[in-house]
Design a protein around this ligand. Structure first.
Ligand SMILES: Nc1ncnc2c1ncn2[C@@H]1O[C@H](COP(=O)(O)OP(=O)(O)OP(=O)(O)O)[C@@H](O)[C@H]1O
Ligand SMILES: [Mg+2]
Length: 288
């Protein structure tokens, strides 16, 4: 691979848990030695159950949270430390809830202009950016509450593009939207990706979207990447029990997938941990 657009190297992040009255209640390792790289222009997915560390990884790539260890490189240059600030403009993020990520007191035009201004770019591009996300230019005068969910998410994408990023981190960008609207937002992202040569990190629970949209995917389980590869391969021939577990948790969309469904035994009514699962498989292999 030429220099990756994004490289995540052995990144780890833990959080201190707070119990009642702020007492220290231990630590959780949200991200545990995660590494992956995305070639320029590629669409890379990150899938995993709730709490597996997806958003924590996204936030570290955005520079919103610092890793405890490891490095994050954009176009070959570390974004950690003082000199990294200069490279952060190259990455922008689109969040799950477009309602919460837009300021309700600003018009669409103002929101986009604030983003342009923050990065020292001229305000003139608002109309052009709205056209890029297939919204009428006069939407610049509207407030977020006057827009549908899909329109708000288009505005959030326009605002992210205002900064002319090379990489977009999409954290569940369509999960708050109706299925029909989801498909059109994904189509828009595909078109923009092609036209602007963008690189995407696409985070989602939705494995059918993952399958349609991404070329490569990493499967995250309890903070670790357990499997990574071309999406078609990971989905049709998963190598890890964790991946099968994840595939088993989504509605079956084909017989082929139905055949992949493992029978996951529950332990005390919960899904087993990675370690439990391996121990069970080992026991099965030994025929005990
Ligand atoms: N600021 C924080 N303080 C304490 N714990 C946190 C914090 N942020 C995340 N965590 C914990 O880290 C783990 C990973 O969380 P994260 O939000 O990255 O998961 P996720 O894969 O994005 O989940 P979801 O699919 O529900 O969005 C979870 O156990 C979560 O509770
Ligand atoms: Mg998340």
């Amino acid at each position: 691979m030429s220099t990756p657009a994004l490289e995540v190297r052995n990144v780890t992040k833990g959080f201190t848990l707070r119990g009642a009255f702020g007492a220290n209640a231990g630590r959780v390792t949200a991200v545990d030695g995660v590494s992956f790289a995305i070639a320029p222009g590629a669409v890379h997915g990150l899938a995993g159950e709730s709490g597996s560390g997806k958003s924590t990884i996204a936030r570290m790539i955005m520079g919103l949270t610092q890793p405890d260890a490891g490095d994050i490189l954009i176009d070959g240059q570390s974004i950690l430390g003082a000199q990294g600030r200069a490279h952060r403009g190259r990455v922008q993020m689109v969040f799950q809830n477009p309602g919460a990520s837009l300021n309700p007191r600003r018009t669409v035009g103002q929101s986009v202009r604030v983003a342009l201004d923050a990065h020292g770019k001229p305000p003139a591009r608002v109309g052009e950016l709205l056209s890029m996300v297939q919204l009428p230019r006069h939407f610049a005068d509207r407030y977020p509450h006057e827009l549908s969910g899909g329109q708000k998410q288009r505005v959030a994408i326009a605002r992210a593009l205002a900064v002319e990023p090379r990489l977009l981190v999409l954290d569940e960008p369509t999960s708050a939207l109706d299925v029909s609207v989801q498909a059109r937002v994904i189509e828009l992202l595909e078109t923009l990706g092609r036209d602007l040569g963008l690189t995407y990190l696409f985070i989602s629970h939705d494995l059918s979207l993952m399958r349609n949209f991404t070329a490569e995917v990493g499967i995250l389980y309890r903070g670790r990447i357990v499997e990574t590869g071309p999406t078609a391969q990971v989905f049709t021939r998963p190598q890890h029990d964790y991946t099968r577990l994840l595939l088993a948790s989504v509605p079956v969309i084909s017989d082929e997938e139905a055949a992949l469904r493992p029978q996951i035994p529950l332990i005390n009514g919960e899904l087993p941990t990675a370690e439990d699962l391996l121990a069970l498989r080992e026991a099965e292999r030994k025929g005990t």
